[in-house]
Design a protein around this ligand. Sequence first.
Ligand SMILES: [Zn+2]
Ligand SMILES: [Zn+2]
Length: 481
Amino acid sequence: MHNVPCPGCGAQIAFRSAASVMAVCAYCQSTVLKDADSVRQYGRMSEVLADYSPIQIGTAGSFGGQGFAVIGRIQLRYDAGIWNEWYVLFDDGHGSWLSDASGLYTMTTQRAVDGVVPTFESLVPGHAYPINGNRYVAADIRTADCIGGQGELPFQVGQGWQARVADFHAGDLFLTLDYSDAGKTCLYTGQSLSLDALKCQMLREDDAIEAGSGKFTGKVSRLGCPACGSNVAYVPGMTTHLACPNCSASIGTTAEVAEVLAVGQRMEKVATSLALGAEATIAGVPYTLIGLLQRRDDDGDSWTEYLLFAPRAGFLWLVETSAGWERARMLDQWPTWDLGASALLGSQPFTRTARYRARVSFAAGAFNWRVTVGDAVQISEFENGRARLSAEVTAQELTWSLSNPVPTDQINAWFNTTILPVSKASTARLTTIAHWFAAAILLFNAVPLLLSFRNTWFLPALAIACVYLPALYLDRFGERP
Ligand SMILES: [Zn+2]
Ligand SMILES: [Zn+2]
């Protein structure tokens, strides 16, 4: 440990790691650079945003049979949200990064680059690249801004510092390429893990979070929509974007003050089986329904996805399709997949059953990423028995989720409600039936149309309109039994 007085306020700043080159004063936010023996102030760092993270400077744990302590942090913001990179110091003196993104954790350590690595511009999510002797699949490619920092850090960051990073998976191996420094690419490898696996001590207590930040994070709270004033339920620090259920405004909640990112387009209200704010008890854990969105594929079939949140257990998805209900969770241990027709999750083989594009047609409530009506993803689905794997690919990201069917009775029991089971017969689209009617009308009127088109065309046209328009309306806005 090496203590220096803060050039800004005189408070003691501790350097615990020999590898640290800068530190942020806990009292005045001055950033202090450490040269051989001297220290100098070179600016100020913004305070980190109060968020849900249970980790703090001083949190201790163990990983790989060795103890570690959290000594620094940078907080980063990108298009879809914020995440934390915690700098941890292990007992043997080496440093690693514990990344914490909406409750998904990875521990990575810097390694030497062996051979060539792909350029940032060439990366495509879902594609595999040979890196350091392994085949890694690109998962997430993002440019982010450093918005705050704490403690000591192994490189110089400050206001306006921009990170260009890409994450890769190979089974349970995890790799990050950091392109932030134009001159050289840094490589980090490690694995995804659960916070429990780190056996942490000195985590933040809920009370401390409340006292420290002035608001209780990780608990569902309410925010007045800055566009229309209506109340929206959200989770401070955990959900980064709101879609106002009343005016459809897109609201960012990662700044100190909620800001309107885009005014809402007028949208038809969508009737859903479960409403925003609904409460459920699942396996003894109380969840709140905080977000819902509808998506539609290119054939016009639509389904509803519900985002549930519990302070300790985190996020959970329920999906309602014409075939019934599913419970889904995001995977941090990735299946092996080479973009082909099969995927392997651990030792379980899955076979591709569908591939389609889906667009968000409606969104309301709070989400842990920025969701906008019109957002498109390419979805590949794989099945093994009743379990279904889904890969969702956008231009920036590939994510995997695993879902299992849930009987409607179970949903009713969780929410203490009564939703009727979906009738399979009702799932045929009315417009499809109307197409056949239109074809039949044209066929039956073929002779008069051919003989005297000018005098007869409007009769079949009127008949087709009478059949087709109500079908189109009901398919689009009608409630399915
Ligand atoms: Zn200071
Ligand atoms: Zn609003």
